[in-house]
Design a binder for this molecule. Structure first.
Ligand SMILES: CC(C)(COP(=O)(O)OP(=O)(O)OC[C@H]1O[C@@H](n2cnc3c(N)ncnc32)[C@H](O)[C@@H]1OP(=O)(O)O)[C@@H](O)C(=O)NCCC(=O)NCCS
Length: 502
C-alpha cells in the first residue's frame, strides 16, 4: 500500500511521553535523531518535580534555530551515544575491527601510502595527484621552521618536565606568532567565510601546525638532554626530518636509518586520525568558540596526554616493567580482575574486537626488532595478551589489545624515552585534529559546543551568616565537602615559627 499524507515522515521514530500521553514524531537521518526534538516533551511542573529539572517549556519559544531551557534533556555522561557532528573523514566499525579514512581501509594505507599522503587524504578528502602532493608536502616541510623565541620558551622548562607539558605549551605559544591567524585579532569570521582568502588562511595555519609539530617535539626531546636545537634539514621527508632534528650531532651527511624512518612514518600514519575520540572532541569543543587553531591543537594535546587516551602507550611500558616477567602475568591478571589496576593498552570505547591498528603495529614490531634486537618486555607483553584473550573477564567485556599495546614496545626498542611516547602519538594526530577543525570551519554555520547538564544540587536557599554556620558546626560534612589539609615540605618549620610567637 502507498504512503499517505497522514503517514509520519519516513524514516522516523514515534515517541510517547508516558507522563503526559504526548506523542511526537522524530525524523531519523543516517540512523540518528536530533537531540533537540526531545525538547518538545515537556509538562507542567507538578508536585514532586524540581524546578531545576526544567520540565516546563514555553512551546512558543521552541524553534529549530533556538533552543531554550525546558523539556527532556538527553543525559549521556562520557558521550557514550551522542553524535556531535556529521563527518566524512574517518569511519570505524568497532564490531568488525574496520578503520577507513575517506573510504580507504587502514591496512591498504599502511602498506601503500605515506604519512604525508594520508595527511592530505584526511584533510582534503582525496588521494593527491603528484602536483597536489608536491605542493602540500613542500608547504608542510617549508613550515618546519619556528620563531627563534621558541628556543627560549622551550628552554625555560625544567630538565625533567614531561615532554607533553612542553608540547602542549609550545603549541599554545605558537599562536602568539601568527596574529593574522587569530580570530580574536584578525576578525571573528576569518575561517568561516566562503572565500578564497579564508581557505588560504586556514590552510596556511594547517601547514604551519603540521610542519612545526616535528620541530617542537624534537626541541622538547633535546632540551631535556641539554642538547642544542637543530634546524630542520633540507630535502628530507617528515619522519626523517623529525629523527634528524632529534639525533643529529656532528656527523657529516647524517641520515636517519631508513628502516627506523619507515617504521616511524607508518606509525605516524596509523595514529593520524581516529574519528571522534577524546582529543578530537576537545579540539572541536575549543575550536567551536572560534579560537585560533593553535590554541585548539594545544587543547587536543592536553586531552591526548591523559593515560586513558594517548598516555596509554607510556602506561603500558610502566605496567610491563612493574609486572617484571611472564611468570608474574597470572598474578597481575588477578589484580586487574579485582579492579586494583587496569590492563593498559587493552579495551576501547568503540572497538569490541581487535583494533586493526594493533595488528599492523605487531608486524612493524617484528621489522624493528629484527634491527634492534627483541625487547625483553615483549615476552611479558605476549604472555599478558594471551592470558587476557583467554580469560572470561576480558572476553565477556570484549576487551582486546588496542593501538597502544605494542606501539610503546617499538618506541622503546627505537630508544625513545618512555615519557616521550605520547608525543609520538600527538605529532601525527595534529593532522586528524586539523582535518576535523577544517571540516567544522567549512561547515560555515559553526555552533558553539555548549552542552547541557542535569543539575542535581541544592534548590534555592538563603545565605547563612558565618556566626550561624559556626553554631551549626561541620558535623556531617560529606567527604570531599571541605578543603583537605595538605602537607607542605616547609610546614614543620612554619608551624614551629608560628608556635614560637616570636
Ligand atoms: C579505553 C577505555 C578508556 C574505554 O573506556 P570505556 O569505553 O568507558 O569502558 P569502561 O571503562 O566502561 O569499561 C567497561 C568494563 O570493562 C572494564 N575495562 C575496560 N578497560 C579495561 C582495562 N584496560 N583493564 C581492565 N578492565 C577494563 C571496566 O572496568 C568495565 O568493567 P565493569 O563493567 O565490571 O565495570 C578503557 O578500556 C581503558 O581504560 N583502557 C585502558 C587505557 C587504554 O589503553 N587507553 C587507550 C585507548 S586507545
Amino acid at each position: 500500500m502507498g504512503r499517505t499524507l497522514q503517514d509520519p515522515p519516513h524514516p522516523s521514530l514515534t515517541i510517547t511521553d508516558n507522563r503526559t500521553g504526548k506523542t511526537i514524531t522524530v525524523p531519523v537521518e543516517h540512523n540518528s535523531i536530533p537531540a533537540t526534538a526531545f525538547k518538545q516533551l515537556n509538562k507542567e511542573l507538578a508536585e514532586g518535580d524540581r524546578s531545576e529539572d526544567e520540565v516546563e517549556l514555553d512551546e512558543a519559544e521552541l524553534t529549530p534555530w533556538r533552543v531554550w531551557q525546558g523539556g527532556i534533556r538527553v543525559y549521556d555522561p562520557g558521550y557514550q551515544n551522542t553524535a556531535v557532528i556529521q563527518s566524512s573523514i574517518t569511519f570505524i566499525d568497532g564490531a568488525k575491527g574496520v578503520l577507513r579514512h575517506r573510504g580507504y581501509p587502514i591496512e591498504q594505507l599502511a602498506e601503500k601510502s605515506t604519512f604525508l599522503e594520508t595527511a592530505y587524504l584526511l584533510l582534503y578528502g582525496e588521494l593527491p595527484t603528484k602536483a597536489q602532493y608536491t605542493l602540500f608536502s613542500t608547504e608542510v616541510m617549508h613550515h618546519t621552521f619556528v620563531h627563534r623565541d621558541l628556543e627560549d620558551i622551550i628552554g625555560s622548562f625544567r630538565h625533567d618536565a614531561h615532554p607533553m607539558s612542553i608540547l602542549t605549551a609550545a603549541f599554545a605559544a605558537l599562536g602568539a606568532y601568527s596574529p593574522e591567524g587569530n580570530p580574536s585579532l584578525a576578525g571573528q569570521k576569518i575561517y568561516t567565510m566562503d572565500t578564497e582568502a579564508s581557505l588560504q588562511l586556514m590552510d596556511k595555519q594547517i601547514f604551519r601546525l603540521i610542519g612545526k609539530s616535528i620541530t617542537l617535539a624534537a626541541m622538547a626531546y633535546r632540551m631535556r638532554q641539554g642538547r642544542q636545537f637543530v634546524a630542520p634539514p633540507a630535502n628530507m621527508g617528515f619522519a626523517d626530518s623529525f629523527l634528524f632534528m632529534m639525533d643529529h650531532l656532528n656527523e657529516t651527511n647524517y641520515r636517519p636509518h631508513p628502516t627506523v624512518a619507515k617504521a616511524l612514518d607508518t606509525l605516524f600514519l596509523l595514529h593520524a586520525d581516529h574519528e571522534m575520540n577524546a582529543s578530537a572532541a576537545a579540539v572541536l569543543q575549543v575550536g567551536s568558540t572560534l579560537v585560533d587553531p593553535y590554541s585548539a591543537v594545544s587543547a587536543g594535546c592536553a586531552a591526548l596526554y591523559g593515560p586513558l587516551h594517548g598516555g596509554a602507550n607510556e602506561a603500558v611500558i610502566r605496567m610491563l616493567i612493574s609486572i617484571g616477567g611472564p611468570e608474574n602475568v597470572p598474578a597481575y591478571i588477578e589484580r586487574v580482575k579485582r579492579k586494583e589496576v587496569v590492563l593498559s593498552g587493552f579495551g576501547h570505547r568503540i572497538y569490541v574486537s581487535a583494533d586493526p591498528r594493533s595488528t599492523i603495529i605487531r608486524k612493524i614490531a617484528d621489522d624493528v626488532f629484527a634491527l634492534t634486537g627483541k625487547d625483553p618486555l615483549l615476552d611479558t607483553a605476549l604472555a599478558l595478551r594471551d592470558a587476557a584473550l583467554k580469560d572470561e573477564y576480558f572476553i565477556s567485556r570484549k576487551l582486546y589489545p588496542n593501538v597502544d599495546f605494542f606501539s610503546g614496545l617499538i618506541y622503546r626498542a627505537l630508544g625513545f624515552p618512555t615519557d616521550f611516547f605520547p608525543v609520538l602519538f600527538a605529532v601525527p594526530r595534529v593532522v586528524g585534529w586539523l582535518a576535523h577543525w577544517r571540516q567544522l570551519m567549512l561547515s560555515r554555520n559553526v555552533k558553539i559546543w555548549r552542552p547541557r547538564q542535569v543539575y542535581t544540587g541544592e534548590g534555592e536557599r538563603a545565605y547563612i551568616g558565618m556566626k550561624e554556620r559556626e553554631e551549626k558546626g561541620t558535623e556531617g560534612t560529606k567527604r570531599g565537602g571541605e578543603p583537605t589539609k595538605v602537607q607542605h615540605p616547609t610546614s614543620t618549620r612554619v608551624f614551629l615559627a608560628r608556635e614560637s610567637k616570636l
